[in-house]
Design a protein. Sequence first.
Length: 481
Amino acid sequence: MRTAAVFLSLMQAQDLPELYARAAEGAMAHLGAEGAYLLRLEAGRYRVVGAAGTAGLARGLRLPPEWEPREGTTPPPGPLGFSPDGKRRLGHMARRGSLVLALEGVGPLGEEKEVLEALLEAVALREGRMAGLSTLEVLLSLSRRLRQGASLAEEIRGALEVLLERTGLEVGVLFRLEGEAFRPWVLAGVYPPDYPELYRRHAVRLGMGATALLKGRDFAVIPDYQTFPHALPPMREAGLRTVVLALLERAGKPYGALALASFARPVEVSPEGVALLRVAREELEGYLERRLQTEGLLMALSAILERLDYETEGHMRRVAELAVALGERAGVKDLECLRIGAYLHDLGKLFVPREILDKDGPLVTREWRLVKTHPELGYEVLARVPFLSQAALEVVLYHHEHWDGTGYPRGLKGEEIPLHVRVFAVADVWDALVSPRPYKPAYDPKRAEKELRAMAGKKLDPRLVQLFLTLRAAREEVKKR
């Protein structure tokens, strides 16, 4: 095969596997070798990404970590230190960056070794261009998905699905750093049912498990978690295999992590895939920066409301966390909007006189009428905020509707009340029961459970009450261990 034909063949390759195969076949044919290997350095080990002739059986082989390329003529049994068919042969090896081209069954090369080096240069160039085009394509797709969802969580889930499709990994997770522990925020793909719950039972802090590799770094690849020296037993027992992890930072401080992983088997993450994930991390960081600034304003508004209404400190945060945990079990699709709605549900109380809100005795009819206007007032104000979803607004408008139809402002009954609003109501009532209020002391858990059960089928959805109490009992059991 003439040199020009070899290079033209490389330029016509449609994807990386085809490029690697053509490189091995072209080198073998042009230089009269019996076999050819194209190797690439991945995660500290060389892998045979292309092979031809007598080397064909070695395609996909990962060499031991201690193997190092030896440029120039190589002695028998072969350039890799063995021979796939058992025949001992001389060879020749050339290296360019992370790529190695090894020939077997060929004597010492003269000027032809320059052709081998030029061939490696051409592979690296074509590889870079193909990876660049693929990254750009995925980046555009990622950008579109980040702007198509009905909520922040839905948008991120769509972006994770794009990355899973391109890398061949099975599950994508966006972790939020809550205090010092990483908690799953958004998940996509296929994973064991109890996988998210593991992070609630076992706090994973920066420097533990896979995040041990993020000390002083912002990106890490673990080929197989089962053999990872820092593996946490619960995650290993869950069957975690390949993990790709990227730290998310704002102003130099970590606030979360992007993780892609597999469970069924280890998955080879190509250099192209690593480059793609690095770019995706940067795109996601920029997008989250903008969205989290908006959410920060909402959280500040809820804090002001909490102070003005003399709510128990932390009430809205606790209710939001309870609602999201229950909503996840109940099948609520838009957990992020449920969380934001929980923070803003009582905004309308800003328009109710303080002396009524602070009253420690029963309200008279006129006072009740004023209090009962707060859901609609809050809705009217927040409906003008363009980035708030309908789901969040429904929490504000309907959070005082009752399962039996006796609530306000619309008198909705049963499943006429949206699921995410019914979920919120259970969480809100529970926190009100176990917290001190101007009109009552804090109830102990047993009394609160009794009161909550009494409201099932009346004020609250009975199925969700039972689900909440089951979830709470499971968490209490975990605390005892």
